[in-house]
Write a new protein. Structure first.
Length: 79
């Protein structure tokens, strides 16, 4: 299982969002922390400094769910 730090998770989620939004969206480290605090993303462990690590699959699910919800709020139905 691949585990990502908050920074790595935000960089990867930003690449995914930018691919889907023609380069317009960014997912910051603060966004990753918000997803975690709101229960959208669970920590899969801690690094050697006690910082949370996130599983790649969990990150993908959280990014997709929050993107779909954001689009739905503006009246766009996403796949």
């Amino acid at each position: 299982m691949q585990l990502l730090t908050t920074g790595e998770a935000s960089e990867l989620a930003t690449r995914w969002r930018r691919t889907l939004s023609a380069g317009a969206a960014e997912v910051t480290a603060a966004t990753i922390r918000q997803w975690a605090s709101r229960g959208h993303l669970q920590s899969a462990g801690l690094d050697d400094r006690g910082r949370p690590l996130y599983a790649l699959a969990d990150l993908a699910r959280a990014e997709h769910a929050t993107r779909v919800r954001a689009l739905r709020l503006v009246g766009i139905t996403a796949p």
